[in-house]
Each structure stands twice: as structure tokens, then as C-alpha cells.
Design a protein around this ligand. Structure first.
Ligand code: FES
Length: 435
């Protein structure tokens, strides 16, 4: 395949929707061209630096609010060597705690969802209220020093935004809104609170967490790894925007990649896009080049009858993928009708392993019943069950990438401009680790 043409990508005038997601391209910044040392992906020493300067300093995504709807509901989520309980409170709010009993350090819960009123430690039976306070210490009179000099569980910062619950291992962390920064204005027009969670999978992968982030933050690999997507999206001429610590690129959907030649007939992936928008591919009379705009117009015109409110979104958001990296470890494929959110979590002690979380959400038309919350589906390392064709294709690269990175013959990452977000990701990591 070779590049034979350039797509004419029609974009909205941001002035028509000034409160919508910013569309402007950020100013390009010079991030150099130097190699990214492979030790960032392979060494325990760098992993430890990341733990001290990133994971224990930033805000981290914990769960969706509706995963723990009632007082006493909790989710236990692990991040590196730490385990955190996020608990719904009686006043409807949330609190986060280290998942550790203050007696002799036992874990109070296993990873996943649960309900505890109170939390009862399985070792000697210490009890904690859902607000973390001591509820009962059996035989307290045999502790001559009395209760531990704290109110109960070790509390962590916890906040909510856009229907998600966030926590931090850093008790001095800045406010969540400040941390998310410009992304708040980017995401709010999508109204994630109108989307239902439909899938929750965790896969244990044999690669560093950053190798996984990388795979979701550049489109250079699309032609080789996901050739089927070339019949559906632009992979070459993407707007890349670099913010303070976060980044994004905008991927136009509903057109052919410049890497493939039109075959005259509308290919099945574009027919599927027409169909999922509610259009009849058989009666579509426009040209192939007009499909993206036709879908945008159709969705705009029929939004009320479809029970959807796209009034805050620009036209391109009705078709395209706005692909974000929320530093350090959340990537999103953000669409008008769905959100594909991935969490890339580090392993407790092995830089060659990680946990990949898939959280899928779908916009529920007004008046329609929401589906039940999905059950957690855990795939241990080596599982051969499919995660979906595109993610399977990504996953198939990552174990061999990690093996290769550990080779004496590989010095580090040699990045193109198409991989500029990876360079920015490493610049942000450098800012945190102080290198
Ligand atoms: Fe929890 Fe003893 S370690 S009650």
C-alpha cells in the first residue's frame, strides 16, 4: 500500500458552538527527537521512581458512581502495590481508604465490588463503619494503650467528576478539577452520565503499563496491526493536541484511509456505520466521500426522535473518535453514542506485567431502560478468550514488544511525528520523575 491521496476532512466552525469541546489545534511544541530509553519500560529502578513520583502523587480513576449505588457499597481497586476501598456514604457521597486493617495490616476486601456495613476484618474481627471509623474492637480492654491514634481506616482524597469516582494516594494532592484541567471542558458536552456501563473486563498482560498506553495513543500502527480499520477511518492526517500533562488526537471516522484505494462500492465497515446511525445503506445515494458528513447530518436531524441530545456536540463529534490520554493511565475513545475507556494499571512489582481494564459505555436514549451493570470479567495472563478483534490485535503485539525491549539489541523507542503523543507522554513522565 502507498499513500495516494489526502482526505478532505470537513471540520466545524468552533464559533457555532463556543461552549462545546474545544476544536482548536494546540501550538506545536518542540519535544526533540531523542531516543526514549528502553529502561523506562523494563527496569525495576524506573518502576520504583514512577511509584514514588507519579502513582503516589496524581489523581487516579476508581470507578463509576453507579457501580456502588447504595450506602455501604464499595469497590476495591488495586493500583501497583496498593489496594484502595471506595465506599458509598450514607449522604450519597464517596470516601476512599487504604484497604488495610489498622490492627495488624490485614486486607479488608478482595478486588471487586461488595457491600459492607460494617467492614469486618477476617483475622481478629475489628469492625469499621462505612465512613471508615472504628465500629468495634473486640476485647478492647486488653489493649492497655487503648485504640490506635486515628479515627479508623486510613482515608485518601476522593472526588467525583462526570459520573466517575477518582481517588489519590497523595493526601496533599491538588483539587481534581485542577488536575484534569482543560479536559473538563472537553468531556462535559458528551454527558457521560447519560451512558450506561455495558462491559467491564480486566486482562493481565505481559507488558509494561506504558507499552499499553502507547498502543492506544498513536495511529501509526493502524495499517499494519488493524488493516480492517483502513476502510473506515483516517489514520494518517490526524490533529494532535498536547496539553499540560494530557493529550488527544482526533480521528475522523466515516471515510477511507488515504492508504487504500476506493473500490467504488461502499465497503462493509462504512455500511455498518450508516446502519448504526439509523440509515439504510442500501438506499444511500451519496458518494463515498460524503458518508461522514451525511451521517453527521442524519444524526443531527433525527436526534430528538432517537431520544438523544447532541446539542452540545460539534458535527464531527457525531462521527469521529476524540481520543484522549488522561495522564497517567486512562485512555478514551470518545464518541457521541459510546465511550470506550481503558485503564492501564501497573503491576505491584514487575515492570514486565500490567493490568488492562476495559470499561465500555453506551448512550441510553431518553426514556429507555438502562441495562443491568456488567459483571467483572477477569482474564488471567495467557487467556485465549477474545477481547474483541481490535484489542486482540493490539494485545498480540504487546507481549512480544516487551520481550524485545528486554533484548540487549534494543536501546529504546525511535519515534515518528505520528507518535508525538508518546513523546509528550514521556516528557510528562520526565517532569514527574525529575529527569
Ligand atoms: Fe484485622 Fe487483626 S488484622 S483484626
Amino acid at each position: 500500500m502507498k499513500v495516494i491521496r489526502k482526505n478532505k476532512i470537513i471540520r466545524s466552525d468552533p464559533k457555532e458552538n463556543p461552549n462545546g469541546t474545544p476544536l482548536e489545534k494546540t501550538l506545536d511544541i518542540d519535544l526533540g527527537t531523542q531516543i526514549i530509553p528502553k529502561e523506562r519500560y523494563t527496569s525495576k529502578e524506573f518502576m520504583e521512581k514512577e511509584w514514588e513520583t507519579i502513582w503516589t502523587k496524581v489523581w487516579l480513576l476508581g470507578c463509576r458512581e453507579d457501580q456502588i449505588p447504595d450506602p455501604g457499597d464499595y469497590i476495591c481497586t488495586n493500583i501497583g502495590r496498593e489496594s484502595v476501598l471506595i465506599v458509598r456514604q450514607r449522604d450519597g457521597g464517596f470516601k476512599a481508604f487504604h484497604n488495610v486493617c489498622m490492627h495488624r495490616g490485614n486486607r479488608l476486601a478482595d478486588e471487586g465490588l461488595g457491600h459492607a456495613e460494617p467492614f469486618v476484618c477476617g483475622y481478629h474481627g475489628w469492625k469499621y463503619d462505612s465512613d471508615g471509623s472504628f465500629a468495634d474492637i473486640p476485647d478492647i480492654e486488653t489493649f492497655p494503650q487503648g485504640k490506635p491514634p486515628c479515627n479508623g481506616l486510613s482515608e485518601l482524597p476522593c472526588d467525583t467528576w462526570a459520573s466517575f469516582v477518582w481517588f489519590s494516594l497523595n493526601v496533599q494532592v491538588e483539587p481534581l478539577e485542577e488536575y484534569l484541567g482543560e479536559l473538563i471542558g472537553h468531556f462535559e458536552p458528551y454527558h457521560f452520565e447519560r451512558m450506561a456501563m455495558t462491559r467491564w473486563v480486566t486482562a493481565e498482560w505481559d507488558c509494561n503499563w506504558k507499552a499499553s498506553v502507547d498502543a492506544f495513543a498513536e495511529s501509526y500502527h493502524t495499517a499494519q496491526t488493524h488493516p480492517q480499520l483502513l476502510w473506515y477511518l483516517e489514520d494518517l492526517d490526524l490533529q494532535i493536541d498536547l496539553y499540560d500533562r494530557h493529550s488527544r488526537y482526533l480521528v475522523p471516522f466515516g471515510l477511507l484511509s488515504p492508504r487504500v484505494e476506493s473500490v467504488g462500492e461502499i465497503p462493509p465497515p462504512l455500511k455498518a456505520m450508516l446502519h448504526s446511525a439509523g440509515m439504510d445503506p442500501a438506499s444511500y445515494e451519496g458518494s463515498m466521500n460524503d458518508i461522514r458528513v451525511a451521517v453527521q447530518q442524519y444524526k443531527r436531524e433525527t436526534q430528538i426522535e432517537q431520544g438523544k441530545d447532541f446539542s452540545e456536540l460539534h458535527d464531527e463529534q457525531l462521527t469521529d473518535d476524540f481520543n484522549y490520554l488522561v495522564f497517567p493511565n486512562v485512555t478514551t475513545n470518545t464518541h457521541s453514542d459510546d465511550l470506550m475507556l481503558f485503564r492501564h494499571r501497573p503491576h505491584p512489582d514487575d515492570p514486565n506485567k500490567m493490568f488492562f481494564d476495559i470499561w465500555m459505555f453506551e448512550l441510553i436514549p431518553e426514556g429507555e431502560e438502562w441495562p443491568p451493570l456488567p459483571k467483572h470479567d477477569f482474564r488471567p495472563a495467557g487467556s485465549s478468550r477474545s477481547l474483541g478483534i481490535v484489542i486482540d490485535q493490539d494485545a498480540s503485539n504487546l507481549a512480544t514488544v516487551q520481550e524485545g525491549m528486554n533484548s540487549a539489541g534494543f536501546p529504546g523507542l525511535w519515534l515518528s511525528d505520528q507518535e508525538l503523543r508518546l513523546r509528550h507522554f514521556h516528557k510528562t513522565i520526565s517532569d514527574y520523575v525529575g529527569e
